[in-house]
Design a protein around this ligand. Structure first.
Ligand SMILES: NC(=O)c1ccc[n+]([C@@H]2O[C@H](COP(=O)([O-])OP(=O)(O)OC[C@H]3O[C@@H](n4cnc5c(N)ncnc54)[C@H](O)[C@@H]3O)[C@@H](O)[C@H]2O)c1
Length: 298
């Protein structure tokens, strides 16, 4: 939202958000009083509300989701409802109102898990392993179907793990920073060798912007910066930055269905739309650690 506003100061932005536990409107305080910004508290599964809002829009960027894998294991139903039914409600409204562009914000998790080598490309078959990734993959299939069946002008992005300011406390990097600051043990699943491909959230936003405006209709674009880290390496890096001992690390029972490795091949996005990440991890992680140190101090 903040990225959009800065890049397109004159565009009208309507932000529909249910304000679940994951939301924090304080992050959007800079938009207060902006005549070209409207916040609507509501649910994307509410077809009447969505219809009214989409009638006033020419593009939809669909971010809203249940996104935490552990929660999807504890309660898969809400993931099916928001991520699958919610997406279909948006697609239907987009179709009815002849929307010019619909962008689905998806995830690399729809591809399942990699072995020690290789990358996810846009041709990698969908093989989701958690209720979260299954719900996102299902949503992607609905998006594809609306393109094939109704000719809806859709594009899909599939991004790797994001890190950045404003991220919810429950995500891995904020959790590790918070626990380290409090000298609590840092819980690491299994052997800690699961690999994630970390991308700064602002680079994800730039990719979404490019694909929204220039992506070929009906296409999927993978987003990732070739920045693979094991979870244990991330924990050690954070401890080092904060001057805390590695003895704070504690291994806990592995997550059910825990994907071993994600790694994105972003060649298509680079070659077609000229995208490359602007943040190095070395700079980005320091910015983020400083941000959370401030946040957890206050
Ligand atoms: N965070 C990542 O690493 C990452 C990586 C790739 C893709 N994505 C995708 O990006 C999107 C945003 O991810 P995030 O990490 O910011 O998620 P998040 O869980 O932190 O935030 C989700 C937002 O969606 C809203 N929401 C939830 N259910 C809703 C509903 N039924 N109706 C309206 N609003 C609802 C919440 O209130 C919240 O503001 C998701 O679609 C996610 O799958 C995230």
């Amino acid at each position: 939202m903040l990225y959009l506003r800065e890049k397109y100061p004159d565009s009208m932005i309507i932000n529909l958000d249910k304000l679940t536990y994951a939301a924090d409107l304080r992050h959007l305080a800079p938009l207060a009083g902006d005549a070209n910004y409207q916040f609507v508290q509501g649910d994307i599964t509410d077809a009447m509300l969505v219809d009214q809002l989409v009638a006033r829009a020419d593009a939809i960027v669909h971010f809203a989701a249940e996104s935490h894998v552990d929660r999807s294991i504890a309660d898969p139903g809400v993931f099916a409802m928001t991520n699958v039914v919610g997406t279909q409600v948006l697609l239907e409204a987009a179709r009815r109102h002849g929307i010019k562009r619909y962008l689905q914000v998806s995830t690399d998790e729809v591809y399942g898990s990699l072995g020690a080598t290789g990358y996810f490309t846009e041709q990698t078959p969908l093989a989701p392993n958690s209720p979260y990734s299954a719900s996102k993959a299902s949503a992607d299939l609905f998006v594809r179907a609306y393109y094939e069946t109704f000719g809806l002008p859709v594009v899909i992005t599939r991004c790797s793990n994001n890190y950045g300011r404003f991220q919810h406390d429950e995500k891995l990097i904020p959790t590790l920073i918070r626990k380290a600051l409090r000298d609590e043990s840092l819980p690491i699943y299994g052997d800690g060798l699961n690999v994630r491909d970390w991308l700064h959230v602002e680079d994800h936003c730039r990719a979404i912007d490019l694909v929204l405006h220039q992506g070929r209709l009906g296409e999927v674009y993978n987003v990732g910066g070739h920045n693979e880290w094991t979870n244990i390496e991330i924990a050690k890096l954070i401890l080092r930055e904060l001057g805390k001992p590695e003895s704070l690390i504690s291994y806990v029972e592995d997550r059910l269905g825990h994907d071993r490795r994600y790694a994105i091949d972003p060649t298509k996005l680079h070659d077609e739309l000229g995208w490359t990440p602007t943040w190095t991890f070395a700079t980005g992680i320091v910015q983020v650690i400083q941000y959370f140190v401030e946040r957890y101090r206050t």
